[in-house]
Design a protein around this ligand. Sequence first.
Ligand SMILES: NC(=O)C1=CN([C@@H]2O[C@H](COP(=O)(O)OP(=O)(O)OC[C@H]3O[C@@H](n4cnc5c(N)ncnc54)[C@H](OP(=O)(O)O)[C@@H]3O)[C@@H](O)[C@H]2O)C=CC1
Ligand SMILES: C[C@H]1O[C@H](OP(=O)(O)OP(=O)(O)OC[C@H]2O[C@@H](n3cnc4c(=O)[nH]c(N)nc43)[C@H](O)[C@@H]2O)[C@@H](O)[C@@H](O)C1=O
Length: 317
Amino acid sequence: MTQTTHELLPETARIFVAGHRGLVGSAVTRRLAADGHEVVTRDRDELDLRDAARTESFLRDVRPDAVVLAAAKVGGIMANSTYPVQFLEDNLRIQLSVIAGAHAAGAGRLLFLGSSCIYPKLAPQPIREDALLTGPLEPTNEPYALAKIAGITQIRAYRRQYGASYISAMPTNLYGPGDNFDLETSHVLPALIRRFHEAGESGAPEVTLWGTGTPRREFLHVDDLAAACAVLLRSYDGDDPVNVGCGEDLTIRELAETVREVTGYPGRIAFDATRPDGTPRKLLDISRISALGWKPRIPLRDGIAAVYAGWRAGAAA
Ligand SMILES: NC(=O)C1=CN([C@@H]2O[C@H](COP(=O)(O)OP(=O)(O)OC[C@H]3O[C@@H](n4cnc5c(N)ncnc54)[C@H](OP(=O)(O)O)[C@@H]3O)[C@@H](O)[C@H]2O)C=CC1
Ligand SMILES: C[C@H]1O[C@H](OP(=O)(O)OP(=O)(O)OC[C@H]2O[C@@H](n3cnc4c(=O)[nH]c(N)nc43)[C@H](O)[C@@H]2O)[C@@H](O)[C@@H](O)C1=O
């Protein structure tokens, strides 16, 4: 059942953001704090969220009104291929700890963050939420996707058995300040910023990117996602996950041209087709989140320029 109300998250709600130092968690923390909420956080060295007993004990002490689960083992196509055990096990363990612990501690609201990779590799485009579990997954990230699908099922189970107001959001590929720029483990957008910048600095005549350049991806600025999370916490209480994307995609080659222009790199772009492409396309249908009044605000080129400026300032510091 899908219902919407505007009473699901009181303005005085105290919210635990799990993963507050990450790309998503930091943006959600900024957003909820700006909205006037008391936001509770713990660094990983104080609380490893894979530890269910310690996580439940922490949540019982803090007694948050709501929880945003943005802690996860996350990475790009190569990280997913190289560390399938951690992408499966860490994510399952974090989800079990945090969702069960939140319920035991009496948290009335919880938002679980999944990913667009939960949908079948060849799902009809744009991908609607009801495409879940209708076909085989993309092999490069199947362990991660299966962990996330288990998270969605866990949320639905708490709703069905306990009547908990717990919900799931499925963001598309994200980017923003504080992203991972490690060339082996990052997602494509920060990798391209770094590759073009460093090629420009060294005077390299060509930058070689992974795959064929033909896969299509959709990119959403993480501040737009954080605004969507606030809308969902305040106004959505349904069983189904809610897609969050910008509604438009482009090829990796087109993305590369845009990043090349933003960074001012004058050289050529080449592709190494021995590297994996991953899913050919995963454009999300965003009818459901749009009906709640949310829309993305940050155009891709502006967002890339801001991230590039921020990364250069950080790299130079
Ligand atoms: N980035 C993207 O393109 C997309 C992300 N998402 C989803 O958004 C969520 C957040 O992703 P994102 O912000 O990009 O990831 P990040 O890697 O940037 O952040 C993950 C956060 O989780 C924390 N964390 C990981 N493991 C543990 C642990 N065992 N105990 C405590 N904390 C832990 C990290 O802590 P520390 O800072 O100490 O490392 C970090 O703060 C994930 O659920 C992901 O699936 C969905 C779609 C796309
Ligand atoms: C968010 C999402 O992110 C991942 O899925 P992905 O979208 O395939 O990931 P990606 O960003 O790493 O790559 C996108 C495309 O870009 C190409 N590509 C070119 N050159 C580089 C490059 O230099 N680095 C990277 N990483 N990719 C490159 C690459 O070959 C691919 O075709 C999963 O974690 C998945 O689980 C998930 O949820």
